[in-house]
Design a protein around this ligand. Structure first.
Ligand SMILES: [Zn+2]
Length: 208
């Protein structure tokens, strides 16, 4: 029997002024779905990994998952949560999707799918690189978001469990690493390849 492993997502919430969609009321309609699948295509192309994406909009779980069988699930509860934070819910959603795709990359490179803070921080770093280079979200915006969300954690959710996904300081450090690489990429006017990003984000100090 095939085993399914899930690396649960983690999460960051973000306030962004750079993404064009406003933080209007949350409604899962055709416009939302269309925008979501555009984001998914962008992330898929960016990583060059053809994972299957499912938006389980009726599922109230405030979570997303990435499985070693090549499936990514985004649950309706998480999208609803994203719409409950100030400013752009899309920055939040995009970061989650990029983070989950980074887990697919880890599977592809042979990492076993299990909780590992180092791997969660690597996915944070890669997700941040994507946001900075493609959506121009600033480091400060993401840092503020992490501070905000981790000051008011929903402790029953795995992605706020510091033992699973790292502390606030670790996650901020991971995002900074992604931002530093993005800044360098912009300064030399070239995007790094997914494997270069992977390598750069691989080792982030896991300190208390
Ligand atoms: Zn994760």
């Amino acid at each position: 029997m095939k085993k399914f492993f899930f690396v649960t997502l983690f999460l960051l919430l973000i306030s962004s002024t750079s993404f064009c969609m406003s933080a209007a009321s949350y409604a899962v309609d055709d416009n939302f779905r269309e925008e979501l699948y555009k984001v998914v295509e962008g992330v898929r192309n960016y990583f060059g990994i053809d994972a299957e994406f499912f938006y389980d909009e009726d599922n109230p779980r405030v979570n997303a998952t990435s499985s070693s069988t090549g499936e990514i699930h985004l649950f309706g509860g998480l999208v609803e949560k994203a719409y409950s934070v100030p400013n752009s819910p899309w920055t939040y959603i995009i970061l989650v999707i990029a983070h989950e795709w980074a887990h697919q990359q880890q599977f592809l490179y042979g990492y076993r799918p299990m909780y590992n803070i180092q791997k969660e921080l690597q996915a944070d770093c890669e997700g941040a690189y994507f946001l900075f280079t493609i959506y121009k979200v600033t480091q400060e915006e993401i840092t503020n978001l992490i501070n905000n969300q981790m000051s008011n954690p929903i402790r029953s959710l795995p992605w706020w469990d510091v033992k699973a996904h790292g502390t606030r300081q670790q996650r901020i450090a991971a995002v900074k690493r992604g931002y530093d690489l993005a800044s360098h990429a912009i300064s030399i006017n070239r995007m790094y390849t997914p494997s270069e990003i992977f390598n750069f984000c691989e080792y982030i100090m896991v300190t208390p």
